[in-house]
Ligand binder design. Structure first.
Ligand SMILES: [Fe+2]
Ligand SMILES: [Fe+2]
Length: 192
């Protein structure tokens, strides 16, 4: 136990050393759970906006009617989630601001790479579902955490709004799982 702690502490030290110039001043660092909550809210705000640009690309590349329908309906939900986040910011008296979410930027980049490296049809559809579910799982983790932070901070209105989005992300993930069975089977046959 002690040795693993030492290793991770060492890694953190090294990382701090590597990004010495990017090191934030103490006043910019999250001092408590409320700061952390606000930072992560800005992060998911950027991520949702990014998704309103990325999902249309996935729709354009998809061929399965069911997949196109699922993505189109989730695009509508996603636009609504951006508005809902503005309500969350308002309810906690914080200006709605975006902060680049490196994780979502990576997931979207990966989705584009998958689409570019697959033949149009069932195989690309299967790839789009795989990329889409990674996005949904990231969102589920984020909204679950944010809702929990909001409850602890006594921000019940924000918590309820965040839980509403959390449920939409879970439903979107389940929908993709549901339609993946037939598409993956088609993709397997396309290989033959
Ligand atoms: Fe979302
Ligand atoms: Fe989503």
């Amino acid at each position: 136990m002690k040795s693993s702690e030492t290793t991770s502490e060492k890694k953190l030290d090294q990382n701090q050393g590597n990004s010495k110039n990017k090191e934030k001043s103490t006043s910019e660092k999250a001092q408590g759970l409320r700061d952390l909550f606000e930072n992560e809210l800005k992060d998911i705000y950027w991520a949702e906006k990014e998704l309103t640009n990325a999902i249309p690309k996935m729709i354009k590349n998809a061929t399965s009617e069911e997949l196109i329908e699922a993505l189109t309906s989730h695009l509508k939900e996603t636009k609504n989630q951006v508005d809902r986040l503005q309500q969350v910011f308002e309810s906690v008296n914080v200006k709605a601001q975006e902060k680049k979410c490196e994780a979502m930027a990576g997931l979207v980049k990966e989705a584009i790479e998958i689409m570019e490296s697959t033949a149009k049809g069932a195989v690309r559809d299967a790839g789009i579902i795989s990329a889409g579910q990674k996005v949904e799982h990231y969102e589920i983790a984020t909204y679950g955490t944010l809702a929990s932070f909001a409850r602890i901070l006594g921000e019940d209105e924000a918590a309820s709004l965040l839980e509403e989005t959390l449920n939409e992300e879970k439903a979107a993930d389940e929908k993709l799982s549901e339609i993946s069975d037939a598409i993956n089977l088609d993709a397997a046959n396309q290989d033959l």
